[in-house]
Design a protein around this ligand. Structure first.
Ligand code: GRF
Length: 195
């Protein structure tokens, strides 16, 4: 059995899909939800499912390695960033290299980098007049949105689409594919935890 930690700071709709997907999996379970916002919707979702949660502060995340101890304590094999906006510090990237993935709501390398999150991304797609957008799931390195790609999926952007329309299409792709891609990744990891 592999243990997944989800890092999220928002409403947590992706986290919900992932938690529900793995409820019946023999291979992996979501064992921890980490957030930097104490009122994040994702925390309610975790509690609903009986999943432990931890709130982290900026100083704890960047000035200590306490997060690593929390992850080790729960035998976390894979970290999933699902709407987590803080840059991941070096100690965490190196401990979870190729065992930490992020989802970005566009076709990287387009529309990525610092400040490109949420509606900013979809507004940029619209402003650029792109005829397609999509999702990118990638390994996390020391830079925003730059790690190796694991998976991309495209969808069409109609000229009449508003940024809100684009956001809706992209979120549907995230919900459809993110849990499956995580499941594939998890089965390729060496098991570090007893079943
Ligand atoms: C998603 O659009 C994801 O691509 C981005 O943050 C958003 C999180 O949404 N990284 P939710 O909190 O899962 O609804």
């Amino acid at each position: 059995m592999h243990n997944i930690a989800i890092f999220a700071s928002g409403t947590g709709s992706n986290a919900r899909k992932i938690i529900e997907y793995f409820k019946t999996s023999p291979d992996a379970r979501v064992a921890l939800v980490v957030s930097n916002k104490k009122d994040a919707g994702v925390l309610d979702i975790a509690k609903e499912h009986g999943i432990p949660t931890r709130i982290i502060s900026r100083s704890m995340f960047y000035e200590t390695e306490e997060v690593l101890e929390i992850l080790r304590d729960k035998n976390i094999d894979l970290i999933v960033l699902a709407g987590f906006l803080w840059l991941i510090p070096e100690y965490l990237v190196s401990s979870y290299r190729r065992r930490m993935v992020n989802i970005h709501p566009a076709l990287l390398p387009r529309h990525g980098g610092k400040g490109m999150y949420g509606m900013h991304v979809h507004e940029a797609v619209k402003a650029a007049g792109d005829s397609e957008t999509g999702i990118t799931i990638h390994f996390v390195n020391e830079h925003y949105d730059e790690g190796d790609f694991v998976f991309q999926k495209r969808c069409a952007v109609d000229p009449a689409d508003t940024p809100t329309d684009i956001a809706r299409k992209v979120l549907a792709l995230e919900h459809r594919y993110f849990p499956e891609v995580i499941a594939r990744l998890v089965t390729s990891l060496p098991s570090t935890t007893p079943a």
